[in-house]
Design a protein around this ligand. Structure first.
Ligand code: ADP
Ligand code: MG
Length: 342
């Protein structure tokens, strides 16, 4: 009975602690928060000034003494205190204090250490969680896109985020093999910045590079190639200049980071136990994360591996949706436990 009441009056929370974006899922409500994983602090200090959207907004507007930190940027926890501040902020934003302390499921990068996992758990507890469960992001991602992870069949997920790409083969609710590489959307942006400098002597910012990637970026030849005007600073004249860039050029620039991802996919497939390999021939690979939105990435991976490749319906929310499903399952597990006389 008490278990039921708790279910009624608490708003259990699922969190995708991404390298670029964090999402929060509240049970029965869905995704209620989606903010950049950014914390603003005063230079040289540890006092947190703002978190998420607010931190990102402050950046452009405030003189140099405020620095933005992306504590999860490399798929590891660079700074425990800052990560804790971020997690606490997100939980507090969605948790109604009148309710019973929530149970929290946090999806963490698969590369983090036991010490880092402990730190995430402690942070969530400090932020008011009643119980904390961790799940690895590729597992959450696979659950979120609806793969039958509990079945004795091989499932493969490639989640291309901002700072990392996580590749995993999952069967019987466990990760059979996974690998995390520090290549993702950020790296795509960096190579575009480098390309514009090399090819046109044009200096562009990371934001502009990201815009180019989203507007005309591709991994495979397009039926209709695209182009766009790009503004930057001419490095020789030192003056603002506008250039037209074609999708073919950007694709060429993205080749190197994309090749790194392809190579990791290949290595993962090589390590895959034969029975599961056989499953993948039919089931193929699911691609999620913001990087899945690069045009033609499915065709590139399919051509490289000879396997069917599917892009998740909602690549940016897959992990958060997965934590949401896990919350439902916790509830289910609890109900089963209480009906058997807990
Ligand atoms: P993380 O889980 O690591 O926080 P996300 O899955 O949120 O990362 O993906 C963020 C990355 O996806 C960023 O590098 C962003 O530029 C990229 N991204 C988002 N939308 C698109 C798009 N339409 N085309 C290409 N890249 C995109
Ligand atoms: Mg992610």
């Amino acid at each position: 009975m008490l278990g039921d009441l708790k279910g009624l009056f608490s708003n259990d929370i699922g969190i995708d602690l991404g390298t670029a974006n964090s999402l929060v899922y509240v049970r029965d409500r869905g995704i209620v928060l989606r903010e950049p994983s950014v914390v603003a602090i005063e230079a040289g200090m540890t006092t947190v000034l703002a978190v998420g959207d607010e931190a990102k907004r402050m950046l452009g507007r405030t003189p140099g003494n405020i620095v933005a930190i992306r504590p999860m940027k490399d798929g590891v926890i660079a700074d425990f205190e800052i990560t804790e501040a971020m997690l606490r902020n997100f939980i507090q934003k969605v948790h109604n204090r009148k309710l019973i302390a929530p149970r929290v499921v946090v999806a963490v990068p698969s590369g983090i250490t036991e010490v880092e996992k402990r730190a995430v758990k402690d942070s969530a507890t400090h932020a008011g969680a009643r119980e904390v469960y961790l799940i690895e992001q590729p597992m959450a991602s696979a659950i979120g896109v609806g793969l039958p992870v509990h079945e004795p069949t091989g499932n493969m997920i490639v989640d291309i985020g901002g700072g990392t790409c996580e590749i995993a083969i999952i069967s019987l609710a466990g990760i059979v093999f996974s690998r995390s590489l520090r290549v993702g959307g950020d790296e795509f942006d960096d190579t575009i910045v480098a390309y514009m400098k090399r090819a046109y002597n044009l200096m562009i910012g990371e934001r502009t590079a990201e815009e180019i990637k989203m507007t005309i970026g591709s991994a495979y030849p397009l039926e209709e190639e695209l182009s766009m005007d790009v503004k930057g600073r001419d490095l020789s004249a030192g003056l603002p200049r506008i250039m037209t860039v074609r999708s073919e050029e950007i694709r060429e620039a993205l080749k190197e980071p994309l090749n790194n991802i392809l190579e990791s996919i290949r290595l993962t497939l090589e390590r895959c136990p034969p029975e599961l390999s056989a499953d993948l021939v039919d089931r193929g690979i699911v691609v999620a994360g913001g990087g899945a939105l690069v045009r033609g990435i499915d065709r590139l991976i399919a051509e490289e591996t000879g396997l069917p490749v599917h892009i998740a319906d909602s690549p940016l929310t897959a992990v958060a949706e997965g934590t949401g499903r896990v919350l439902q399952e916790l509830q289910f597990l609890r109900r089963v436990a209480s009906s058997s006389g807990e």
